[in-house]
Design a protein around this ligand. Structure first.
Ligand code: MTE
Ligand code: MO
Length: 396
């Protein structure tokens, strides 16, 4: 049990409370407002991340809040009827609720540099001298929420797609120039002219009924830091597609060339590699939530637990090894399972002998993908889904 264990001082409605997991703040602005935070995923019970524990990421300065009453959404480009919608106009459309996991492409990137402990397969680079092994217990850029709004398709239907529509560009009102240092980019990227954060969805994903314009998360209106009054939610795709602070939807007659699409969230071996693959669906991935990495435990039976997800299809299996990858067993996937959420899994394991154990887990999905022993290398270090060993000691 960690910091969230029941404490007699914690009260809720005047009664003893179990404690509330909170996002781990990584950065505040000059006014002490949180602008970056990681989610305590290893402490999460259930499948929905409480709003207070949800991770926070964006690239530019967080934009000024706009009151719901003053906010307008423009729908234009290759449409039959350009629209300007107020918040209440959206609420006249039939709503939809989608429970979805968001993972930042940069989540777990530090593991690209880590050599695993024990006798695990040597899948990562050695850690540079002086740097500590990353700890998932410090929080992850990974959370799941229940989002309510209207399908993007319903708004597009109102405007009417032009016959040559190919993609849908969704724009926020946050504006800036990508800062090379903050993006892990070489200095040659300095001086990019400012633009609004935007992403251009291929038409098929834009029209998927679960692709939402959401005004609520976890049963209440969105908070500003998560994109109020309206954000895009693109289930199954990397978090950067879920544009916050939406102000404009532009239908294009060509694939979008948004900077964060063509210049940042793509796979390639090097900056000069002409072959770039746009990052879309999340890879298949699993992680261990219990026991804690580095724990010392008594002998006996323990329940190994964790989470698994995939952006391309349902998770079909999770295999677990507690002997550094020599033998693997199928974990039980806990019910219910939902298409865009992670699945919880568990497996009892008998730790009868004192010593050090290296625990690994790997997931597979319905489209035949398996979590790889060698994570996909790419120079921008996006979408790490390698197998991260957890080492525990069983006391004598
Ligand atoms: N307008 C806008 N939307 C954005 C971003 C941004 O910089 N600007 N960042 C994206 C990224 S990289 C991620 S991972 C998610 C994070 O959403 P959250 O802060 O609600 O967790 O928002 C996405 N939406
Ligand atoms: Mo992200």
């Amino acid at each position: 049990m960690t910091a969230q264990a029941e404490s007699p001082e914690e009260r809720f409605m005047g009664w003893p409370a179990a404690g509330r997991p909170e996002a781990r703040v990584r950065l505040r602005d000059r006014q002490e407002r949180v602008v970056s935070a990681a989610s305590p995923v290893l402490e999460q019970e259930g499948r929905i991340t409480p709003t207070e524990a949800f991770y926070v990421v964006q690239h530019f300065r967080v934009p000024e809040p706009v009151r719901r009453e003053d906010w307008r959404l423009t729908v234009d480009g290759h449409v039959r009827q350009p629209l300007t919608l107020a918040f209440d106009d959206l609420r006249t459309l039939q709503g939809r609720t989608v429970r979805a996991l968001l993972e930042c492409s940069g989540n777990d990137a530090a593991f690209f540099d880590v050599e695993p402990a024990g006798n695990a397969p040597a899948v990562f680079e050695p850690l540079p001298a002086g740097r500590e092994r990353p700890r998932r217990a410090d929080g992850l850029l990974l959370s799941a929420g229940e989002f309510t709004g209207v399908p993007l398709a319903a708004v597009l239907e109102q405007a009417g797609l032009g016959p040559n529509a190919v993609s849908v560009r969704v724009e926020g009102w946050d504006r800036g120039s990508p800062n090379p240092a903050g993006h892990g980019l070489p200095e040659s990227y300095a001086g990019i002219p400012p633009f609004n954060y935007d992403k251009g969805l291929p038409l098929e994903k834009a029209l998927h009924p679960d692709t939402l314009l959401a005004w609520a998360m976890n049963g209440q209106y969105l908070d500003h830091i998560h994109g109020a009054p309206l954000r895009l939610v693109v289930p199954g795709w990397s978090g950067n597609w879920s544009v916050k602070w939406v102000q404009r939807i532009e239908v294009l007659d060509r694939p979008a060339t948004c900077w964060y699409q063509t210049e940042y969230y793509y796979f390639s071996a090097s900056p000069d590699d002409p072959a770039r693959e746009m990052i879309t669906a999340l890879p298949v991935k699993s992680l261990l939530t219990e026991p804690d990495d580095g724990a010392t435990l008594p002998r006996g039976r323990r329940l190994l637990r964790g989470l698994a997800w995939s952006g391309a299809g349902t998770v079909t299996g999770v295999e677990v090894s507690a002997d550094g990858g020599r033998t693997w067993r199928a974990a039980r996937l806990e019910e219910p399972r939902e298409r865009w959420l992670w699945v919880r899994w568990s497996l009892p394991w008998d730790f009868d002998q004192p010593g050090t154990y290296t625990i690994l887990c790997r997931a597979s999905d319905e489209v035949g993908r398996a979590q790889p022993h060698e994570p996909r290398r790419n120079w921008l270090r996006k979408n790490f889904n390698g197998i991260v060993p957890v080492t525990i000691t069983i006391a004598g």
